[in-house]
Design a protein around this ligand. Structure first.
Ligand SMILES: [Zn+2]
Length: 206
């Protein structure tokens, strides 16, 4: 579920649609949570799908640490990538605003945390654009991304959080414990798809 103060707009005919803020959203705001309505496709079911369905999933879903494709039921699936994104997945799975987002700004994301199986050319034209998002970007950038996420988490308890009721109790308790120093930080590296079932989510602490 995407933050309620957002809307779907056509960016341009090449990029297609994108998600835009309809009001100011401060840094530290949870922008997306995996709620109970998200469509989840197991690796086995994905392999059994017809190619046209696989292509749709490849375009609109992300892959979690267990290899499950998560397809949003709302327009969260239209959030575009930018290398200088203003939203990012945390190691707990929800997305957080990395800096203040003004009304009218496009919400953008880091696809390097989505367990892409193929290299994806991107045309964000941002400063220091990587031009291609690679499956192993997470290995090279996790520490940098963690620094950005940690800065945003400092604001977690000080901003309006309309999506908090949709966070799982476990995640909320874990994040709260981290914020008071009673639990380790969970690195974004924890989002990387595990090579063996059950090995993910052991909580890589930094
Ligand atoms: Zn870029």
């Amino acid at each position: 579920m995407i933050h309620p103060s957002t809307e779907l707009r056509l960016v341009d005919p090449v990029i297609g649609y994108g998600v835009f803020a309809t009001e100011f959203i401060p840094r530290g705001t949870v922008l997306y949570v995996q709620d109970e309505l998200e469509i989840k496709v197991s690796p086995e079911d994905y392999q059994m799908m017809r190619p046209e369905y696989q292509l749709t999933l490849d375009k609109y879903s992300f892959v979690d640490p267990y290899g499950i494709h998560i397809l949003s039921w709302d327009f969260a699936k239209y959030v575009n990538h930018r290398c200088d994104c203003n939203s990012m997945s945390t190691g707990w799975g929800f997305e957080i605003a990395l800096h203040d987002i003004q009304a009218g700004d496009e919400i953008t994301d880091e696809y390097g945390l989505f367990n892409l199986e193929y290299e994806m050319p991107v045309s964000c034209s941002c400063t220091n654009c990587r031009t291609v998002v690679k499956p192993d970007d997470i290995d090279y950038y996790a520490r940098k991304w963690d620094r950005r996420v940690k800065r945003a988490l400092l604001k977690f308890n000080h901003v309006h959080q309309p999506l908090l009721p949709h966070l799982s109790t476990d995640v909320l308790e874990n994040v709260t414990a981290f914020l008071v120093g009673e639990s380790p930080y969970i690195s974004v590296a924890n989002l990387k798809r595990s090579p063996s079932p059950g090995a993910a989510h052991h909580g890589i602490a930094i």
